[in-house]
Ligand binder design. Structure first.
Ligand SMILES: Nc1ncnc2c1ncn2[C@@H]1O[C@H](COP(=O)(O)OP(=O)(O)OP(=O)(O)O)[C@@H](O)[C@H]1O
Length: 655
């Protein structure tokens, strides 16, 4: 395993070296112990996978490639035979002119074969060129579909995220494997043809040919292995460098980059990291040069040995000069074919390592996919209940939720409050069916979440979080995307726009709802944070209003960017969304927004510490009352007297 030097920049920025830990499974390390034999042994399986993809992409094109490559192999054998006939004619008896005339038919045959060969090569290239993008598209689609189908827990699992990262190279490799397969097929057929001719000429020549090519094969395989190990070891480093590069150009960081002079600082770190990556490239290049030199020397020795054997065969009278002439041509073309074949097999092997990552990702993703099927969610449920729910994130020791029970009757507004990190958002993900609790149950009416068709559960949930997605599409689609399979004209979206108080926002846009909301495109418009939140609210309304059955609306900090008037209006509107067939759950730190909720649940460090109405909780004078009074105190006329003083002393001035 390569242990590259760690740059000072990495230490400072990330607290140490960023390296792919190869921790997926023990067989990963075994996989890196590549050698030529194991590569050749794995070849039928790898080629089989590529052919399967190509077969499903375009059968006629694949067949055309196969036929034209076999045709080229036959052409190679025929042209060697023509050379043999020509040699015999040229080195035979008679006057030079007679001998030239004697060689003419073979010469013409060779020319015809060359033309046919060129035609076949062109045909193969055009069909392979058609297959390549199709195969890449199939592999990319498989990758994207698998990534979107896994449980949220998998997406948040750093190990799985790493696999998503490395697997992204697989689709391009699957594409390149097509041309490598074609070239390998071409090389194999040419080689078989040449080997056949050589064996006919003299059986001793065939092993010599293998001896010439073997060192090059070994060299190519070794270089590929080194490169793959290096790429895998450095993948996180490369990603981090790219991240720094992006931060320097991203709009979101642009202000701090300038005002805090983060630009020159990060640029310097970027250079530091690039230098350590360059050192690795240099090490690889030196290793490659040395390996290739040794391989070329050994191959040269084998070539000299071959000519020596031929010399001995001629002088001992075991081989005629004409046969020797053909043999020289055959050995040269055979060793070139074998060399190319080794390179192609090697390329196939290298690409296949990435395709294997892609396939491994697909297998892993299938194991972590959200199960399809299950019982339908009852159309009417009366209430949704979370009963003693416990959830612990895979990389955490303490549970984020510990035995939490809440009941959400249809038609009610429920508020969940609590300090930062108390588990509110996690609770909402469990409620939405995005996370499955390790213990406890979530019930829709009498039906348990685990037995339900999860896609139907998602269908019944509308979710608005404070970091909701701002899609780089038109304003209309940004609303309609709340239920993308429900087609709608712009006019049908108007009630949602009105509901969210977003009409003035849309009116300001150059093309109304048709305006593109994506700064990165020319002519597009950008909204402020609060304006975006209104669009988000409109989207949530659209989703809720297009659900024909009992549903749950979850709003997690929906008003953080709204001005005070808009905030009051938004809380009012959210409350109005509760209807006979809809339960509303509101998560917020704004205590003014929760006081009208039917029930308020207070979470403290993942546990439910109290619940009740606003009046009950104020009367209980517990955690809720304390939070409420603290916030209310800020707005009291004598607030200076009532807001608690900071618990820490002021930060000293360092200048
Ligand atoms: N994806 C995650 N992986 C690991 N731990 C997480 C993850 N998300 C949240 N946590 C942890 O779970 C706990 C609860 O987090 P959660 O986001 O649910 O709290 P919250 O009450 O919504 O906080 P806030 O008010 O700050 O939004 C925290 O300790 C947090 O660090």
């Amino acid at each position: 395993m390569v242990e590259p030097t760690v740059s000072a920049a990495e230490h400072e920025l990330f607290g140490g070296p960023l390296r792919y830990d190869m921790g997926w499974a023990e067989h990963e390390r075994a996989r890196l112990d590549l050698n030529m034999l194991s590569a050749i042994r794995a070849m039928p399986r790898l080629v089989g996978g590529t052919l399967r993809r190509a077969w499903s992409a375009d059968r006629p094109a694949l067949l055309a490639v196969g036929v034209s490559e076999i045709g080229q192999g036959i052409a190679a054998a025929v042209s060697l035979l023509a050379v043999n006939v020509m040699m015999h004619a040229l080195l035979g008896s008679g006057t030079p002119v007679d001998r030239l005339y004697g060689a003419l038919p073979a010469l013409i045959a060779g020319a015809v074969v060359a033309v046919v060969n060129a035609g076949l090569a062109g045909w193969s290239t055009s069909r392979a060129g058609r297959l390549e993008p199709l195969v890449e598209r199939i592999a990319t689609t498989e990758y994207l579909a698998a990534a979107t189908a896994v449980e949220l827990e998998a997406i948040e699992d750093p190990e799985f995220r790493r696999l998503i990262d490395v697997a992204q190279y697989g689709a391009a490799s699957a594409r390149r494997m097509i041309s490598a397969c074609v070239a390998a097929l071409n090389g194999t057929i040419s080689l078989i043809a040449t080997a056949g001719v050589l064996t006919v000429l003299h059986p001793a020549l065939l092993p010599m040919l293998l001896l010439i090519a073997a060192p090059r094969g070994w060299g190519a395989m070794r270089v590929a292995q080194e490169r793959y190990v290096s790429v895998m070891t450095w993948v996180e480093h490369v990603r981090a460098s790219r991240l720094i590069g992006n931060l320097l150009t991203e709009r979101s960081a642009a202000q701090e980059v300038r005002i805090h002079s983060v630009g020159p600082f990060l640029l310097d770190k970027y250079k530091g990291m690039a230098e350590s990556a360059e050192a690795e490239q240099k090490r690889l290049a030196n290793g490659k040069a040395l390996t290739e030199l040794v391989a070329a020397a050994l191959s040269g020795l084998a070539m000299a040995g071959t000519y020596g054997v031929m010399f001995w065969l001629i002088t001992a009278g075991h081989m005629s000069l004409a046969v020797a002439g053909t043999a020289v041509v055959a050995v040269r073309s055979g060793s070139a074919s074998l060399g190319a074949l080794v390179m192609n097999v090697n390329q196939l092997h290298e690409e296949s390592l990435y395709v294997q990552d892609h396939d491994r990702f697909l297998t892993e993703a299938a194991g972590r996919a959200i199960p399809s099927g299950g019982e339908p969610v009852p159309r009417r449920v009366e209430q949704v209940v979370l009963d003693k729910v416990t959830y612990r994130y895979p990389d955490r020791d303490a549970p984020a939720l510990d035995g939490v029970s809440i009941t959400l009757p249809m038609g009610s507004v429920t508020a969940v409050v609590g300090e930062n990190g108390s588990g509110k958002s996690t609770l909402m993900k469990v409620l939405a069916g995005l996370l499955l609790p390790q213990s406890g149950t979530v019930r829709w009416g009498e039906s348990e979440l685990t037995g339900l068709d999860r896609s139907q559960v998602f269908d019944r949930v509308a979710l608005l979080t404070q970091d909701f997605q701002r899609w780089p599409v038109t304003a209309a689609l940004n609303i309609r995307i709340g239920r993308p399979d429900h087609d709608a004209e712009d006019e049908e979206l108007e009630p949602s726009v009105d509901y969210a108080g977003a009409s003035p926002v849309i009116a300001k846009l150059p093309h109304g709802l048709r305006s593109l909301l994506a700064r990165m495109f020319r002519g597009a418009s950008e909204l402020s944070g609060g304006e975006w939140q209104k669009i988000g609210l409109a989207r949530t309304h659209w989703r809720s209003s297009t659900c024909p059955a009992d549903s749950v609306l979850i709003v997690d900090e929906p008003t953080s960017a709204l001005d005070p008037e808009a905030e009051i209006a938004a809380f009012d509107r959210i409350r109005q969304l509760a209807g006979p067939h809809r339960a509303v759950v509101l998560v917020t730190h704004r205590m003014s927004g929760v006081r009208h909720a039917d029930t308020i649940y207070v979470l403290t460090q993942g546990r439910l510490s109290e619940h009740g109405t606003h009046d009950e909780l104020i009367a209980a004078d517990g955690r809720y009352a304390a939070m409420f009074h603290t916030q209310a105190a800020q707005y009291a006329p004598d607030s200076r007297a009532r807001v608690p003083n900071p618990s820490t002393p002021p930060v000293p001035d360092r200048s």
